[in-house]
Design a protein around this ligand. Structure first.
Ligand code: SIN
Length: 317
């Protein structure tokens, strides 16, 4: 695959990739989001050559991704949309924490018609680690962003390319913490060259960009909560949320979308008073198969956190 000569825009948002620890050998006792994205790039020799064209750096945010907020997503959507519209830009790289990267990826997939690569990357070890994984991940992400024909919102880490829909963090420590479940990854990056197992993702069918950008960045977004069905579940949390004005509920169901009867009764009450209720599954592989006559709508193929983003965007639209 050929390398383009267009600009690659790198948007920094923080994460462990930008983290620092007091001791170089410490891979867990660090503070995320300390080093600027420009400094991170400057520490990787050869990145510029790999990009094939100018690398432009912007710090959009500087957060530990557990604290990711809609305001940052708003800013990211705005910057990505502008870059996608700019013929001088060939691809976008976003540095991000691993903890919610799959949510940001799914949000961006849902709001952008990404006919260029939008590549999120990250690290499991801080920038100060003896053997950090961030520099290689950055190189791989830039290689993907510069690959002719690449498109879609992607997550690149540990030499693997994942699509936004299936990617999930499955491990809290190892340097390859993601998988794409039974769908498998989209491909790999090997010595700067992409090897694909599947086609690049199709852009989202329904793009919610206008609804997102129309709002002030600090406006409150629709209130959608996650609830989990489990042994001994009750409906009390749902009843309290409804009393407080929740607008949507996503249920992480057992198996193929089943729900503890006490929780299910509360969800039926919630739906009856106008709260949008959506079922997803706790299972990390496969996808929920809806049946005729199901009382609660399902979100097949989406994990609970991604189904929640879908419902927020629907309520926004
Ligand atoms: C974060 O998600 O910002 C911290 C954890 C990580 O990046 O691995």
């Amino acid at each position: 695959m050929q390398v383009s000569a267009q600009k690659i825009v790198v948007l920094g948002t923080g994460g462990t990739i930008a983290g620092t620890a007091a001791q170089a050998g410490d891979n867990i006792g660090y503070t995320a989001a300390q080093v600027g994205v420009g400094e991170l790039l400057a520490a990787v020799p050869g990145l510029q050559a790999l990009a094939g064209g100018p690398l432009v750096v912007e710090q959009v945010a500087q957060v530990d991704s557990k604290d990711m907020e809609f305001g940052i997503w708003h800013a990211l959507a705005q910057r990505c949309a502008a870059c996608l519209d700019d013929p001088a830009v060939g691809g976008i790289v976003i540095t991000h924490g691993t903890d919610t990267i799959e949510e940001t990826a799914w949000f961006l997939h849902s709001v952008l018609a990404a006919d260029k690569p939008v590549v999120l990357t990250c690290a499991m070890r801080p920038a100060t680690a003896l053997v950090p994984d961030g520099p290689q991940n950055l190189m791989d992400a830039v290689a993907v962003a510069a690959t002719e024909g690449a498109r879609g919102v992607l997550v690149v880490a540990a030499g693997t390319i994942h699509g936004a829909q299936r990617v999930q963090k499955v491990h809290p420590y190892r340097v390859d913490p993601f998988n794409s479940a039974d769908a498998g990854p989209l491909g790999w990056v090997e010595e700067g060259v992409v090897r694909l197992a599947h086609a690049w993702p199709q852009p989202a069918r329904q793009v919610h960009l206008a609804a997102v950008l129309h709002r002030p960045a600090d406006a409150a977004w629709p209130w959608v909560e996650l609830v989990v069905s489990h042994a001994g579940a009750s409906g009390r949390a749902v009843d309290a949320l409804v009393r407080d004005g929740v607008q949507g509920l996503v249920v992480a169901c057992t198996g193929n979308g089943t729900i503890h009867q006490a929780l299910e009764a509360a969800l039926a009450r919630a739906q009856a008073v106008g709260v949008r209720v959506l079922r997803s599954t706790r299972c990390s592989e496969g996808q929920l198969l809806p049946k005729p006559g199901d009382a609660l709508v399902a979100a097949p193929g989406l994990s609970p956190v991604k189904a929640r983003i879908g419902l927020v965007l629907e309520l926004l639209a």
